[in-house]
Design a protein around this ligand. Sequence first.
Ligand SMILES: Cc1ncc(COP(=O)(O)O)c(C=O)c1O
Length: 370
Amino acid sequence: MPNWKSLRNLDFPITKKHVYLDHAAGGVIARPVFLAAAKFWNETYQEGDFRWSAWLRRKEEARSAVARFINAEPEEVAFTPNTSEGMNLVADLFEGEGEVLASEMEFPASTVPWLHRKMPLRFLKASANQTLPSDFLRAIRSKTKIIVSSYVQYASGFRQDLAGLSKIARQNSCRFVVNASQALGAFPIDVKAMGIDALAANSYKWMLAGYGCGIVYVRKEILRAVPPRFAGWRSVNNPERYDNRRADIKSEASRYEYGGPAFANFFALQAACEYMTSIGKEAITRRILYLTDYLIGKLKKSAIPVLSPLEPSMRSGIVIAQVPNPGAAARRLFRGGIFVTPRGGGIRIAPHFYNNEKELDKFIQVLSSK
Ligand SMILES: Cc1ncc(COP(=O)(O)O)c(C=O)c1O
């Protein structure tokens, strides 16, 4: 079992000052992430572009690390600035194919790219903060061609059964698109085993890798079949040839990295993948579920209703505690040095593996004080 206490003390200096329970908004960065990004900035600070070739090689190592992290192939993964860009690339791939079906609980990053392209998007009603694969199955009709789902919903904490939903998508000849922003880094993702056609996520929440980076995964058969809408000098097979007469576009996902690379962000994400893999992805999930269990127990004892689904298979890193005035409660908590966000009709608490029981006790204590 990982030594959570020593990881906390070594890699998360924020714990000396604050109680940080807001990973569903923006996570802190872990020390190895900070060091990886700082190393890059120091290199360019000291030496300009001297290491350009080495950085390009390191970028491909970073891609491989990300691909391993989600069980994709490197050619199926591109770096993006955030989830929204990834979702737009995916919407371009499937534009005009037919109706999109999505839960009404989706974060706008999952829906706006389709709406912007005037694609028909039908919202599935949630019941008790849940939209189950069986609900999708009932809603699918012949014109439904794309199913979009977050792995974890941002304002309810509902965790989708991705394998179950992908099976339904496949049986009904629908594309299966996943927004993994509220899960990547907290719940293991296996794009192959889960039957995912395309996935987008960012690095600044549960990945503990900071702002500026995201990933998009597209199954290679789809990549090969559909050319990208946008292309730049680095989208081609031999960018260092500087051929300005031909657009010899790559078939790999890296064609979406159009121009000068955001190296620091890629190296930060690589460090996060390697750090979490060394701790153990499953161990991280168990720890998050242990902490949220602990919290739910304390909320129940204090007679504070929990709005997020409590079934083990639907639980995530997000717990929504129903309180009368969530905005005022969040401000009171903030003044007490505790970071959370008002969301989903209550306070959203989103602890990561380095948090501990004492911090959750303090949260309950400040929340209950008037
Ligand atoms: C499910 C989900 N997707 C996406 C985002 C953010 O999108 P982006 O990475 O483009 O900033 C959030 C942020 O709260 C989210 O909860």
